[in-house]
Design a protein around this ligand. Structure first.
Ligand SMILES: *[C@@H]1O[C@H](CO)[C@@H](O)[C@H](O)[C@H]1NC(C)=O
Length: 349
């Protein structure tokens, strides 16, 4: 092609179409670069019977106060009974505003010095909540914390594989419009998140392809914010719109979250997903049951299986064929149970 001076003033149709092709190629190439791939971890199965036990807690870091330590003590007792393999934190790890930096004493005061039971000295897998984003969000992801306490691991989004189940952890805070449009007097640490549109589309793309490729018997997605909830915060519309369709299309079994400071189980009538809230790590008793949510919908009322406004935690016990979910209060009492099974045969097809 001769790009002479004269030609610039009179680009013909053919040249325009070549330019368009070049631009499209550049865009596609850039999109490939932008699509990060979620980091993957493998958790070794150590139980002889091939089962997995997990304890789930959310919304907890309050320097041991407000029943955090009392609940931690009960978590230790239950974790020992069911021989927990690892712990999941659904976020809002440090109140009120995350950590100030990697050397913030709150890390010890709210985590290391609180969850001291031998049965809880297992790997913790954590995501960030909206309160964590109000401090130095990157500090919680830093290897310095892992050095201070080897059981700590927190990433924005990642995948955890075990033999019986695959866990997909997603960073839900950047989905909420109001943190951007109306942050009130909070300052959010959006480093690594901006430009937001690209960050969210990359995350959705990565989640969709990872779920699509997964051959796991049980697919479990974990995020801080609710998708469905009768609690104070209710449904998170941005997740209902953008994330829920991906979960439905990929046969996800459980969506687990915190954010509402309660324990909660909601089934859905249009898919087999169970929505489980474990956000009772400390900041409970807000009186947040949202009656309006279901006042005009019998269907939603039928989906509601369990709601508890108080401190507590959840456990998952998983085998190739069964999943068993339990919610506990601060005294270790089982408040609600749910289980499901899948035929072993199905996995061989
Ligand atoms: C601590 O737990 C007890 C028993 O569930 C409850 O009565 C009390 O209100 C809780 N305190 C706080 C600060 O949440």
């Amino acid at each position: 092609m001769h790009m002479g001076r004269k030609k610039i003033n009179s680009i013909n149709d053919e040249e325009i179409s070549i330019l368009v092709v070049i631009i499209i190629n550049i865009l596609v190439f850039e999109m490939h670069i932008a699509y990060g791939v979620l980091e993957r971890f493998e958790h070794p199965m150590i139980k002889g019977d091939g089962s997995l036990s997990v304890l789930v807690i959310g919304d907890w870091g309050r320097k041991g106060q407000y029943n955090q330590s009392k609940l931690a003590n009960q978590m230790g007792i239950t974790a020992e009974k069911i021989d927990v393999d690892f712990v999941i934190s659904t976020g809002d790890n440090f109140y009120p505003s995350g950590l100030t930096n990697e050397y913030d004493p709150a890390f010890h005061q709210s985590f290391t010095n609180v969850y001291t039971a031998p049965s809880l000295q297992k790997q913790w897998y954590s995501v960030l909540g909206n309160h964590d984003y109000r401090g130095d969000a990157l500090a919680q992801l830093s290897p310095i914390l892992k050095h201070k306490d080897t059981k700590w691991l927190c990433l924005k989004s990642f995948i955890l594989n075990t033999d019986v189940a695959e866990f997909f952890f997603i960073d839900t805070t950047p989905f909420q419009n109001k943190y951007f449009s109306d942050p009130e007097d909070h300052v959010y640490d959006w480093r690594g998140v901006l430009p937001r549109k690209k960050y969210l589309s990359t995350l959705l793309h990565d989640l969709e392809s990872a779920l699509g490729e997964s051959r796991a018997k049980w697919k479990i997605v974990v995020g801080h914010h609710t998708i469905k909830s009768f609690g104070l915060h209710g449904d998170t519309q941005e997740l209902v719109k953008n994330v829920l369709p991906i979960l439905q299309a990929n046969d996800v079994d459980l969506y687990i979250n915190g954010h509402d400071h309660c324990l909660e189980h909601i089934s859905s009538s249009d898919s087999s997903i169970q929505f489980l809230t474990s956000g009772g790590g400390s900041k409970a008793w807000r009186g947040g049951y949202n009656y309006n949510y279901n006042s005009n919908s019998e269907e939603k009322e039928n989906e509601m299986k369990f709601y508890y406004d108080g401190q507590g935690f959840m456990t998952l016990q998983i085998t190739q064929t069964e999943i068993d979910i339990r919610f506990y209060d601060i005294s270790g009492k089982v408040l609600h149970k749910w289980s499901a099974s899948k035929s072993l045969l199905l996995s061989t097809f």
